[in-house]
Every structure is written in structure tokens, then in C-alpha cells.
Design a protein around this ligand. Structure first.
Ligand SMILES: Cc1cc2nc3c(=O)[nH]c(=O)nc-3n(C[C@H](O)[C@H](O)[C@H](O)COP(=O)(O)OP(=O)(O)OC[C@H]3O[C@@H](n4cnc5c(N)ncnc54)[C@H](O)[C@@H]3O)c2cc1C
Ligand SMILES: O=C(O)[C@@H]1CCCCN1
Length: 387
């Protein structure tokens, strides 16, 4: 067993822990990033080749955070000399009389984000091989695109190490002792630091249980489905096919989204924006595929150029809060413990800004954004403190 002292310990080397550690190292804080699995791994939420980046949100605060976040992604690409973003645009389709579509449209307009609305008659000219559902409208968020996810994690972790940061992978945290110096015990070491950041994705509540806190988080297994093009190239990134979000009527609850064929030749990724409850350590025992039936029906009616049977199904996990907004906050009883959790299936694109904010919180600095929507106290009636 080794015992070492740091300014900050970060638990979890997913996208948010990696960006937080990198921000801390940039501020010359002696930082260690602990990860239970050997890196890289595909057992959490940040693996896979691609994610959507967009400014199209219902809430101004996400759209406004993304303004700076895009700049941070570009800076990172420059610093590491690597391509992490590819512009495709994002086609948003949804019921004109619903809540979400008009809200997204007005947020984009209010914030002067480049966008294009598509009238039904011009839709097929711009977006061939997609049928717009009757009663639905469409717009395109022009600066949206694809982020290369696995490449991002490697890039950020490499930069962190170049700045002197330490990564210990294959070390599962099995205990946390809060205090003015926090002690973290792993399967092979004991580490002490002035502050701790917990970015443990689906395992957030397992880690938080050592600190006497539980958050209202639900862990869902997501079936990540890839669908074969009937004619190769129909929905290809090279042919400028965009990412898309299909907003469903509020009562249907969950949306469908997709990315152009890119990562696997001839296959387009289309997924259901929800899944089935799982224990993160038993992910593969969850075998429910009810979402795939919904996707098959949708693809048959709206994407006639795809074979409506998935060619590949991979797994990922969402950690969802009751309002689908993130948790970015200090621990309510131990202020030198900072929590980044509950990214609810839409957190990847915010990695650079979440890293910056969690770093600021851990250093006792005033955060760059109003974190009211992300504070733990919004769950007051729901969160159970075991203290
Ligand atoms: C299918 C899918 C599609 C998505 N699409 C998008 C998208 O298009 N755009 C977007 O912006 N976002 C998207 N997201 C969401 C985004 O990927 C997640 O919000 C983000 O990856 C969450 O990262 P994280 O760092 O919080 O969690 P994770 O990536 O799960 O990282 C947590 C890490 O903590 C480690 N850990 C846990 N417990 C311990 C322990 N005891 N000791 C040591 N280490 C531990 C885990 O092993 C893991 O590596 C998608 C997610 C999924 C699943
Ligand atoms: O965060 C995103 O942009 C994607 C697409 C929409 C559903 C959630 N995940």
C-alpha cells in the first residue's frame, strides 16, 4: 500500500473527470486521476467513437454555455493538434404544436445562433431520404456536429499527464474519509488531498455513499444501434448528411436521435433517448430491447433508405436526474468534496466547460456560470442524507 499527498484527487476518468483533472493540472495543482478500469474501457458512459455537439437546447443557459464551450473545443484541437469536431449541422424535427420544438427554435433565435428553418415543401430538397412526420416542423442548427469521443478522452488524458498529472487506472476506490484532508482508499493505495472531485458517472451514488449522501439518480442501459444503408452513402457524413433529433410529442416522452454514417462504413447510428434501469456492475444482464421496436417502427416510416433491423447493437449508460439537468455542486456537508454527476445522456459536449466549473468549485473560486439549475438543493425533498 502506498500513501501519497496531492492538492486534488479526481475519481473517474470519463469525459468529465478527465477534463477536470486537466483543468486542475493547468492551474499547477498536484492532481491524481483514479479510474477503476484499465484505460481505455467501454464500461461507463464516455466510450464510443462519436457524440453530438449542438447549441439547440430549450434552455438559454445550456445554449449560452455552449458558446464558450465551442471555443474550448477548438482550443483543445489546436493545443493537441488533433481533430475532435466535425461540422454536420443538426436537423431538429418535432411537433409544431408541442412544447420542445417551439422552445428550441426561440432559444436559437433569441441567442442569435445560426440556424435555418425548413418549410415542408423544401424539406426533401435539402434532406433527401427522410420523411417528415405530418404535423412536424424542421430546423437546422448550423454549427452542430460530431465530436470524436474516444479520441477526446485520449487527448485530454495525454495532455493532463504532459502537465505532470498522475493517472492510476485499474484502481477501484473502495472508501472515502471526508475531512479538511480527504483520504481516498483504492484497491491498491491510499491517497490524501485538500480536495476531492467525484465524477464517477453511473457509480456516483456508490461513491457518495461513503460520504453519507445519496442523489436521486437513475442508471439506464442504452442500446446503441447502428442501421445499414440500403444504398451505401445515402446518409453518409461525406455526403453532408446531418445529425438529427426527432422530438416526440410530450406524452410519448422520449426522443430519437441519430448521427450520419461515419464510424462504421455504411451504418448510421440511430438511438432512443432512454433505456432500461440497470446496476452499472451488472449492465450486461439487462437485456430489454423494447426501445429497438420503437426505433424499427420509426426507421420504417421516416428513414426508408435504412434496413429496419439493427446491424450492430452496443451498450452505454445514462445517469439521469429527475429534471434531466446536471449536478455540479459542492457536497452539502463537506465543501472540499465536489460532485459532477447526473449528466442525463447529454453531457459529453459540455466536457470542457464542466471540467472548468468543477475545477473552480474545488478551488473555492466563484464559478464562471450561475450554477443554480445544477445545485443539489433542487432535490431537497428527494435526496436522502444518511448523515
Ligand atoms: C449512448 C449514449 C449516447 C450519448 N450521446 C451524447 C451526445 O450525442 N452528446 C452529448 O453531449 N452527450 C451524449 N451522451 C452523454 C455523455 O456521453 C455522458 O453524459 C458523459 O459521457 C458522462 O461522463 P462521466 O464522466 O460523467 O461518466 P463516465 O464516462 O461513466 O465516467 C465515470 C468513470 O468513473 C469511473 N469510476 C466509477 N466508480 C469508480 C471507483 N469506485 N473507482 C474508480 N473509478 C470509478 C468509471 O469506471 C468511469 O470511467 C451519450 C451517452 C450515451 C450512453
Ligand atoms: O446530447 C445530445 O446532443 C444527444 C442527442 C440528443 C439526445 C441526447 N444525446
Amino acid at each position: 500500500m502506498s500513501s501519497q499527498d496531492y492538492d486534488c484527487i479526481v475519481i473517474g476518468a470519463g469525459v468529465h473527470g478527465s477534463f477536470t483533472a486537466y483543468n486542475l493540472a493547468k492551474k499547477n495543482r498536484r492532481t491524481i486521476l483514479l479510474e477503476q478500469f484499465v484505460l481505455p474501457h467501454s464500461r461507463g458512459s464516455s466510450h464510443g467513437q462519436t457524440r453530438v455537439i449542438r447549441k439547440a437546447y430549450e434552455q438559454d443557459y445550456y445554449t449560452q454555455m455552449m458558446e464558450e464551450c465551442y471555443q474550448l473545443w477548438f482550443q483543445l484541437e489546436k493545443e493537441a493538434n488533433v481533430k475532435l469536431y466535425r461540422r454536420t449541422g443538426l436537423l431538429v424535427m418535432g411537433p409544431e404544436r408541442g412544447v420542445s420544438f417551439p422552445a428550441i427554435k426561440s432559444t436559437l433565435q433569441r441567442n442569435k445562433i445560426p440556424m435555418m428553418t425548413l418549410q415542408r415543401k423544401e424539406f426533401s430538397q435539402h434532406i433527401p431520404n427522410v420523411n417528415l412526420t405530418p404535423g412536424h416542423e424542421a430546423l437546422v442548427d448550423m454549427s452542430a456536429g460530431v465530436l470524436y469521443a474516444d479520441r477526446t478522452l485520449k487527448t485530454v488524458q495525454d495532455l493532463f499527464q504532459k502537465l505532470g498529472g498522475v493517472i492510476k487506472d485499474g484502481q477501484k476506490v473502495i472508501d472515502i474519509t471526508p475531512g479538511s484532508v480527504v483520504t481516498v482508499t483504492t484497491t491498491s493505495g491510499v491517497y490524501r488531498a485538500k480536495s476531492l472531485v467525484i465524477t464517477a458517472g453511473p457509480w456516483a451514488n456508490t461513491l457518495l455513499s461513503y460520504t453519507g449522501l445519496q442523489l436521486p439518480l437513475q442508471v439506464l442501459k442504452i442500446n446503441v444501434c447502428y442501421w445499414r444503408e440500403k444504398v451505401p452513402g445515402f446518409y453518409n457524413i461525406q455526403q453532408h448528411f446531418p445529425c438529427f433529433i426527432q422530438l416526440e410529442p410530450e406524452e410519448a416522452r422520449n426522443d430519437i436521435y441519430g448521427l450520419p454514417s461515419n464510424e462504421y462504413p455504411g451504418l448510421m447510428k440511430i438511438c432512443y433517448h432512454s433505456g432500461f434501469e440497470t446496476d452499472p456492475d451488472e449492465r450486461d444482464r439487462q437485456t430489454d430491447r423494447g426501445d429497438i421496436d420503437i426505433l424499427q417502427r420509426y426507421i420504417t416510416s421516416c428513414f426508408p433508405g435504412l434496413v429496419p433491423t439493427p446491424a450492430i447493437v452496443e451498450s452505454c449508460m445514462y445517469t439521469v436526474t429527475p429534471d434531466h439537468h446536471f449536478v455540479l455542486d459542492n457536497h452539502p456537508t463537506h465543501s472540499n468534496i465536489v460532485i459532477g454527476a447526473g449528466f442525463s445522456g447529454h453531457g459529453f459536449k459540455f466536457g470542457p466547460i464542466v471540467g472548468k466549473l468543477l475545477c473552480e468549485l474545488s478551488q473555492g473560486e466563484v464559478p464562471s456560470y450561475d450554477l443554480a439549475p445544477f445545485r443539489i438543493r433542487r432535490f431537497q425533498a428527494l435526496s436522502k442524507s444518511a448523515l
